[in-house]
Design a protein around this ligand. Structure first.
Ligand SMILES: NC(=O)C1=CN([C@@H]2O[C@H](COP(=O)(O)OP(=O)(O)OC[C@H]3O[C@@H](n4cnc5c(N)ncnc54)[C@H](O)[C@@H]3O)[C@@H](O)[C@H]2O)C=CC1
Ligand SMILES: O=C(O)C(=O)COP(=O)(O)O
Length: 636
């Protein structure tokens, strides 16, 4: 049976979803959030109800922990992953994970325990595109270009791309985000390997190891030609003081080098702790004897080493690049080598990999090259493979990944704490939008978080994404998840602003209440409008479950489960009984009921939680009770 988990999954496998393949303009979701109720066919626990219809002809359902997911049938339907249980009436299937480059065996084992793994290396772009529509996850290293075409070709099935390494410059992140596909990487396991390779190249370059080796093998013995330079006492500029850069710095200090670093985003105290001065770009390149590159390839760093910047370097500088080829203008480097501005270069990475055979840069006698080997140690490859396999499996199970690249990263402890509020946030969004007359034309939503904690201590990105999902999904065919929530809101012209109010309650809980306000719209339930003219509802987490605590200016208290009927009525005896009787007659089970009023014997709001949707006749009868002034049925 489905197990319960204290930390509920945030993503659920896409699976399901769109009736037709997503178009680039309106991508269907790949990852959906937990507890989707309208467009996402996810149920929270195994039940005797048949799974929702899925228009995908090959779709089946299965359950992961407490979430029923759907996926396409893959040929392999053999063993049952321990945390998967079969949904009633559906054959069990496993997600298909395509591994397009070689990764460590231990990572493959983790993947095989969970899914159907296909290792297909050296696929052409066309082959990848045709294969991808039958894959739920794709694992790549630096050699596979995951382009927009790949996401388009996946027809909404690809939920997660796992980059078995750090650099994600080979993945079109914008396209992934638009298509709601999570991208995760493995940012830590190859740090030391890359740093060691940087140091290996630094020393090999300084002592002409590669050239001398080649010359002996060519039958010569040229001791005078290959006199090198010493490292001790020289200044090394580390460009990019992140994980690899700081490990290089630490090792270079051990070699007796004077290390400086340039990184506009690195904290100075981290550098100071290693005895490294953070300096400006010009200062770094102008004073260094050796320059080692460790920044990511981004639009800002593309070709940042060019004619102009080489001209500012100390004559005879030596450069190591184990970051990305694209940060160097390779033609400019050839010129700088020819002119002697750069005495030597040692390169592990190239703008185009593999570089052309006749590349002047690669053939240059003062250049030492390796074929992108920075991460290629046995240890790093095992580590990276396990790291990425766990991240991908976690994402397929619907968990939020700590290494997500295109979704807010929320540390596990914060995630665990916010988990019940995540559910509350989506339900409040979903309820608020159903109070809008016509359900369209929403431009501006304000979310107010009341908390005893300092506003800076409250990470609300996840909650905002869930509110966005709750608002957008009931009124459009968009599929919204954590990955594409902000993008989708923006695309729909929906502005979501947030306010945090410090209140005098227990700081033990991250949030006291969440209020969702929708302005400049009419409401189909006038009592949902607060004094300032906005639709306004507020909720709290009580005993671990989400509760609706106010509607407009009425206080209520109803657990947000099942569906909800809101009635405004004259505050008089017998109302609960009358409505309860009608629901009972129509076999609708009431799960919760709460009455809120502003003034005694005047107006009241009754919030009734119901397990089933009342039929039209029942709703008509409720509407005909004379004291009931307005009512609305809301799906949670
Ligand atoms: N050759 C190989 O096999 C490997 C290459 N790498 C590459 O090394 C690079 C660094 O990796 P990590 O240290 O793990 O990443 P990281 O994210 O920990 O560090 C990158 C650092 O670069 C800094 N940075 C960003 N823009 C900058 C700029 N304009 N100027 C200077 N610094 C800037 C960031 O603030 C950050 O501190 C990445 O490009 C990665 O792909 C990483 C592992 C293996
Ligand atoms: O992790 C990185 O950024 C790397 O460059 C390693 O690339 P690779 O996995 O060896 O293709």
């Amino acid at each position: 049976m489905a197990s319960t988990s204290s930390l509920k999954p945030i993503f659920s496998s896409p699976l399901t979803s769109s009736p037709s393949p997503p178009s680039p303009q309106k991508p269907s979701s790949l990852l959906s959030f937990l507890h989707s109720t309208t467009s996402t066919p996810i149920s929270l626990k195994l039940s005797s109800n048949p799974p929702h219809n899925n228009s995908h002809p090959r779709s089946k359902s299965f359950a992961v922990t407490n979430v029923v997911l759907k996926t396409d049938t893959s040929p392999e339907t053999t063993s049952v992953p321990s945390n998967y249980t079969q949904d009633l009436g559906s054959p069990l299937t496993k997600p298909t994970i395509l591994v397009s480059e070689k990764i460590g065996e231990k990572g493959l084992e983790v993947l095989r325990e969970f899914g159907h793994v296909e290792c297909l290396y050296d696929l052409s772009p066309d082959q990848l595109c045709s294969k991808i529509s039958s894959c739920d996850a794709l694992i790549v290293r630096s050699g596979t270009k995951v382009t927009r075409q790949v996401f388009q070709a996946s027809n909404g099935r690809l939920k997660v791309v796992g980059r078995a390494g750090v650099g994600i410059d080979n993945v079109d992140l914008q396209a992934a985000t638009e298509f709601g596909c999570l991208v995760v990487n493995a940012p830590t396991a190859n740090t030391v390997a890359a740093a060691e390779h940087g140091i290996a190249l630094l020393a090999a370059m300084a002592r002409n190891v590669a050239q001398a080796d080649a010359s002996i093998k060519a039958g010569t013995w040229q001791r005078n030609k290959y006199v090198g330079v010493s490292l001790v006492g020289k200044t090394l500029a580390v460009m990019g003081f992140g994980k690899v850069g700081s490990e290089v710095a630490r090792r270079a200090k051990g070699l007796g080098m004077n290390v400086i670093a340039h990184d506009p985003y690195a904290p100075a105290d981290r550098a100071r702790a290693l005895g490294v001065d953070l300096v400006s770009f010009d200062q770094a390149i102008g004073t260094a004897d050796f320059i080692s590159l460790h920044m990511p390839l981004t639009p800002a760093t593309s070709k940042v080493f060019n004619d102009e910047t080489f001209a500012k370097m100390k004559k005879g500088v030596r450069i190591v690049n184990v970051a990305r080829g694209g940060v160097i203008d390779e033609d400019a480097l050839v010129k700088a080598l020819d002119s002697g501005i750069v005495a030597q270069a040692a390169l592990d990475v190239f703008t185009k990999e593999p570089p052309p055979k006749d590349s002047r840069l690669v053939q240059h006698e003062n250049v030492t090259v390796t074929p992108h080997l920075g991460a290629s140690t046995k240890e790093a490859q095992e580590g990276v493979a396990i790291e990425i396999a766990e991240a991908v499996v976690g994402a397929l199970k619907g968990e939020l990944s700590a290494t997500a690249v295109n979704a807010p990263m929320v540390p596990p402890e914060v995630l665990s704490e916010l988990s019940p509020y995540v559910e509350l946030a989506e339900k409040l969004g979903r309820l608020a939008v159903q109070l809008v007359a016509g359900g369209s034309g929403i431009k501006s939503v304000k979310v107010v978080y009341k908390s005893a904690r300092d506003p800076d201590d409250l990470d609300t990105r996840l909650l905002r994404a869930m509110i966005t999902k709750g608002i957008i999904e009931p009124i459009s065919s968009s599929f919204v998840n954590l990955v594409n929530a902000d993008f989708t809101a923006k695309e729909k012209g929906l502005r979501i602003s947030e306010e945090r109010i410090v209140v005098d309650s227990s700081p033990e809980f991250p949030i006291d209440s969440i209020q969702v306000q929708i302005s400049n719209v009419e409401s189909k339930f006038a009592s949902g409008i607060s004094d300032n003219g906005d639709i306004s509802i507020e909720g709290k987490v009580k005993y671990g479950t989400p509760h609706l605590t106010s509607v407009g200016s009425f206080a209520v208290d109803v657990s947000l489960e099942g569906n909800l009927i809101l009635c405004r009525q004259v505050d008089q005896p017998g109302m609960i009984g009358q409505v309860g009787n009608i629901l009972g007659e129509h076999n609708v089970n009431v799960s919760f009921m709460s009455v809120g009023r502003t003034v005694r014997r005047k107006k009241a709001i009754m919030a009734i939680g119901v397990d089933e949707k009342p039929d039209k006749e029942a709703l008509k009868k409720i509407g005909e009770i004379p004291a009931i002034e307005e009512f609305v049925f809301l799906k949670l």
